[in-house]
Design a binder for this molecule. Structure first.
Ligand code: G4P
Ligand code: NA
Ligand code: NA
Length: 192
Protein backbone atom coordinates (compact mmCIF):
# COMPACT_ATOMS: atom_id res chain seq x y z
CA UNK A 1 0.00 0.00 0.00
CA UNK A 2 1.66 3.06 -1.35
CA UNK A 3 0.77 5.65 1.32
CA UNK A 4 1.90 3.34 4.11
CA UNK A 5 5.22 2.60 2.38
CA UNK A 6 5.77 6.32 1.80
CA UNK A 7 5.00 7.07 5.43
CA UNK A 8 7.42 4.38 6.63
CA UNK A 9 10.13 5.83 4.35
CA UNK A 10 9.44 9.35 5.64
CA UNK A 11 8.92 8.76 9.37
CA UNK A 12 10.11 5.22 10.13
CA UNK A 13 13.44 4.83 11.91
CA UNK A 14 15.64 1.81 11.26
CA UNK A 15 17.38 0.59 14.39
CA UNK A 16 20.19 -1.90 14.72
CA UNK A 17 18.99 -5.49 15.09
CA UNK A 18 16.41 -5.14 12.29
CA UNK A 19 13.98 -3.12 14.38
CA UNK A 20 11.76 -0.60 12.62
CA UNK A 21 10.47 2.17 14.88
CA UNK A 22 7.16 3.68 13.83
CA UNK A 23 6.32 5.46 17.05
CA UNK A 24 5.29 8.73 15.41
CA UNK A 25 2.33 7.23 13.49
CA UNK A 26 1.56 3.70 14.80
CA UNK A 27 3.20 2.52 18.01
CA UNK A 28 2.96 5.57 20.29
CA UNK A 29 1.31 8.49 18.51
CA UNK A 30 -1.35 7.11 16.14
CA UNK A 31 -2.34 8.61 12.77
CA UNK A 32 -6.04 7.76 12.58
CA UNK A 33 -6.47 9.10 9.04
CA UNK A 34 -3.78 6.62 7.96
CA UNK A 35 -5.48 3.83 9.96
CA UNK A 36 -8.73 4.65 8.10
CA UNK A 37 -7.00 4.23 4.73
CA UNK A 38 -5.53 0.93 5.92
CA UNK A 39 -8.96 -0.23 7.08
CA UNK A 40 -10.47 0.59 3.67
CA UNK A 41 -7.73 -1.38 1.95
CA UNK A 42 -8.39 -4.46 4.13
CA UNK A 43 -12.13 -4.06 3.45
CA UNK A 44 -11.36 -4.18 -0.28
CA UNK A 45 -8.93 -7.11 0.02
CA UNK A 46 -11.31 -9.17 2.16
CA UNK A 47 -14.48 -8.13 0.30
CA UNK A 48 -15.39 -11.73 -0.56
CA UNK A 49 -15.13 -12.92 3.05
CA UNK A 50 -18.00 -12.92 5.50
CA UNK A 51 -16.42 -11.44 8.60
CA UNK A 52 -18.37 -10.87 11.80
CA UNK A 53 -15.54 -10.20 14.26
CA UNK A 54 -12.06 -8.72 14.40
CA UNK A 55 -9.46 -10.12 16.77
CA UNK A 56 -6.19 -8.50 17.80
CA UNK A 57 -3.74 -8.57 20.70
CA UNK A 58 -2.88 -5.87 23.17
CA UNK A 59 -1.36 -3.38 23.16
CA UNK A 60 -0.34 -1.93 19.82
CA UNK A 61 -2.77 -3.89 17.64
CA UNK A 62 -5.80 -2.34 19.32
CA UNK A 63 -5.81 1.08 17.66
CA UNK A 64 -5.54 -0.28 14.13
CA UNK A 65 -8.02 -3.07 14.81
CA UNK A 66 -10.55 -0.61 16.25
CA UNK A 67 -10.55 1.52 13.11
CA UNK A 68 -10.75 -1.62 10.95
CA UNK A 69 -13.72 -2.82 13.01
CA UNK A 70 -15.61 0.37 12.31
CA UNK A 71 -14.95 -0.04 8.57
CA UNK A 72 -16.21 -3.65 8.65
CA UNK A 73 -19.10 -2.80 10.97
CA UNK A 74 -18.22 -5.58 13.41
CA UNK A 75 -17.04 -5.80 17.04
CA UNK A 76 -13.35 -6.02 17.88
CA UNK A 77 -11.94 -8.28 20.59
CA UNK A 78 -8.39 -8.01 21.88
CA UNK A 79 -6.56 -10.93 23.42
CA UNK A 80 -5.13 -10.01 26.80
CA UNK A 81 -1.65 -10.73 28.00
CA UNK A 82 -2.66 -12.65 31.08
CA UNK A 83 -2.09 -12.18 34.73
CA UNK A 84 -2.32 -15.62 36.33
CA UNK A 85 -5.53 -14.55 38.07
CA UNK A 86 -7.32 -14.69 34.68
CA UNK A 87 -6.33 -18.27 33.93
CA UNK A 88 -9.67 -19.89 34.71
CA UNK A 89 -12.10 -22.01 32.71
CA UNK A 90 -13.97 -18.96 31.41
CA UNK A 91 -11.09 -18.19 29.06
CA UNK A 92 -9.28 -19.71 26.13
CA UNK A 93 -5.56 -19.61 26.94
CA UNK A 94 -2.41 -20.07 24.91
CA UNK A 95 1.29 -19.39 25.31
CA UNK A 96 3.24 -17.04 23.08
CA UNK A 97 7.00 -17.15 22.85
CA UNK A 98 8.27 -13.79 21.63
CA UNK A 99 11.67 -13.93 19.98
CA UNK A 100 11.61 -10.17 19.61
CA UNK A 101 11.20 -9.65 23.34
CA UNK A 102 12.84 -12.91 24.43
CA UNK A 103 10.10 -14.06 26.75
CA UNK A 104 7.08 -16.36 27.05
CA UNK A 105 3.71 -15.03 28.08
CA UNK A 106 0.14 -16.28 28.19
CA UNK A 107 -2.72 -14.67 26.31
CA UNK A 108 -6.41 -15.13 26.91
CA UNK A 109 -9.77 -14.46 25.33
CA UNK A 110 -12.99 -14.90 27.23
CA UNK A 111 -15.22 -17.71 25.98
CA UNK A 112 -17.99 -15.10 25.94
CA UNK A 113 -16.42 -13.22 23.05
CA UNK A 114 -15.21 -15.98 20.72
CA UNK A 115 -17.38 -18.92 19.68
CA UNK A 116 -17.96 -21.43 16.83
CA UNK A 117 -20.29 -19.00 15.00
CA UNK A 118 -17.50 -16.44 14.60
CA UNK A 119 -15.78 -15.73 11.28
CA UNK A 120 -12.72 -13.85 12.34
CA UNK A 121 -10.37 -11.36 10.71
CA UNK A 122 -7.16 -11.12 12.74
CA UNK A 123 -5.43 -7.72 12.67
CA UNK A 124 -2.01 -6.71 14.03
CA UNK A 125 0.49 -3.93 13.55
CA UNK A 126 3.65 -6.00 12.96
CA UNK A 127 4.49 -9.44 11.65
CA UNK A 128 8.03 -10.56 12.47
CA UNK A 129 8.54 -14.16 13.52
CA UNK A 130 4.81 -14.55 13.78
CA UNK A 131 4.58 -15.81 17.34
CA UNK A 132 1.85 -13.37 18.30
CA UNK A 133 -0.28 -14.32 15.29
CA UNK A 134 0.28 -18.04 15.85
CA UNK A 135 -1.05 -17.53 19.37
CA UNK A 136 -4.14 -15.75 18.07
CA UNK A 137 -4.73 -18.55 15.53
CA UNK A 138 -4.53 -21.04 18.37
CA UNK A 139 -7.15 -19.13 20.38
CA UNK A 140 -9.52 -19.04 17.39
CA UNK A 141 -9.04 -22.78 16.90
CA UNK A 142 -9.74 -23.49 20.57
CA UNK A 143 -12.96 -21.52 20.28
CA UNK A 144 -14.04 -23.53 17.23
CA UNK A 145 -14.31 -20.29 15.27
CA UNK A 146 -13.16 -19.78 11.66
CA UNK A 147 -10.22 -17.62 10.55
CA UNK A 148 -11.20 -15.77 7.37
CA UNK A 149 -7.91 -13.93 7.05
CA UNK A 150 -5.14 -11.93 8.64
CA UNK A 151 -4.42 -8.25 8.05
CA UNK A 152 -1.04 -6.89 9.06
CA UNK A 153 0.17 -3.32 8.73
CA UNK A 154 3.91 -3.98 8.43
CA UNK A 155 5.45 -7.36 7.67
CA UNK A 156 9.18 -7.83 8.01
CA UNK A 157 9.49 -10.09 4.99
CA UNK A 158 12.98 -11.26 5.89
CA UNK A 159 11.70 -12.89 9.08
CA UNK A 160 9.85 -16.18 8.99
CA UNK A 161 6.33 -15.28 10.16
CA UNK A 162 4.83 -14.39 6.78
CA UNK A 163 5.95 -17.60 5.06
CA UNK A 164 4.73 -19.66 8.02
CA UNK A 165 1.23 -18.18 7.84
CA UNK A 166 0.97 -18.31 4.03
CA UNK A 167 2.02 -21.99 4.17
CA UNK A 168 -1.11 -22.65 6.22
CA UNK A 169 -3.22 -21.43 3.30
CA UNK A 170 -4.53 -18.44 5.23
CA UNK A 171 -5.20 -15.23 3.29
CA UNK A 172 -2.58 -12.86 4.70
CA UNK A 173 -2.71 -9.23 3.60
CA UNK A 174 0.29 -7.22 4.75
CA UNK A 175 -0.07 -3.59 3.65
CA UNK A 176 3.69 -3.01 3.56
CA UNK A 177 6.31 -5.75 3.35
CA UNK A 178 9.83 -4.68 4.26
CA UNK A 179 12.26 -6.78 2.23
CA UNK A 180 15.37 -5.32 3.81
CA UNK A 181 16.50 -2.36 5.85
CA UNK A 182 19.77 -0.82 6.81
CA UNK A 183 20.38 0.85 10.15
CA UNK A 184 23.55 2.54 8.86
CA UNK A 185 22.00 4.66 6.12
CA UNK A 186 18.35 4.29 7.18
CA UNK A 187 17.34 2.81 3.80
CA UNK A 188 14.30 0.54 3.47
CA UNK A 189 13.39 -1.75 0.55
CA UNK A 190 9.81 -2.93 0.10
CA UNK A 191 8.63 -6.10 -1.64
CA UNK A 192 7.04 -5.29 -5.02
P1 G4P B 1 8.19 -12.45 17.36
O1 G4P B 1 7.60 -13.75 16.92
O2 G4P B 1 9.56 -12.19 16.88
O3 G4P B 1 7.98 -12.14 18.80
O4 G4P B 1 7.41 -11.39 16.52
P2 G4P B 1 5.89 -11.11 16.42
O5 G4P B 1 5.61 -11.06 14.95
O6 G4P B 1 5.07 -12.04 17.21
O7 G4P B 1 5.85 -9.69 17.08
C1 G4P B 1 6.20 -9.58 18.44
C2 G4P B 1 6.08 -8.18 18.97
O8 G4P B 1 7.14 -7.37 18.48
C3 G4P B 1 4.84 -7.53 18.61
O9 G4P B 1 4.46 -6.67 19.66
C4 G4P B 1 5.27 -6.73 17.38
O10 G4P B 1 4.39 -5.65 17.23
C5 G4P B 1 6.64 -6.31 17.73
N1 G4P B 1 7.62 -6.11 16.68
C6 G4P B 1 8.33 -7.05 16.03
N2 G4P B 1 9.22 -6.49 15.20
C7 G4P B 1 9.06 -5.16 15.31
C8 G4P B 1 9.71 -4.04 14.71
O11 G4P B 1 10.63 -4.14 13.88
N3 G4P B 1 9.26 -2.82 15.07
C9 G4P B 1 8.27 -2.64 15.98
N4 G4P B 1 7.89 -1.39 16.24
N5 G4P B 1 7.65 -3.68 16.60
C10 G4P B 1 8.04 -4.91 16.24
P3 G4P B 1 3.82 -7.27 20.97
O12 G4P B 1 4.73 -8.20 21.68
O13 G4P B 1 2.51 -7.87 20.58
O14 G4P B 1 3.65 -6.11 21.93
P4 G4P B 1 2.88 -4.73 21.78
O15 G4P B 1 3.92 -3.80 21.29
O16 G4P B 1 1.80 -4.92 20.79
O17 G4P B 1 2.39 -4.46 23.13
NA1 NA C 1 4.23 -3.92 19.06
NA1 NA D 1 1.47 -5.99 18.07
Amino acid sequence: MRILEERIRKDGIVRAGNVLKVDSFINHQMDIALFEEMAKEWKRLFARKNINKILTIEASGIGIAAIAAREFGVPVVFAKKAKSINLDSDNYVTKIQSFTHGKIYEVIVSKKYLSPEDHVLIIDDFLANGCALMGLLELVERAGATVEGIGVAIEKGFQRGGDMIRAKGIQLESLAIVESMNAEDGSIEFRK
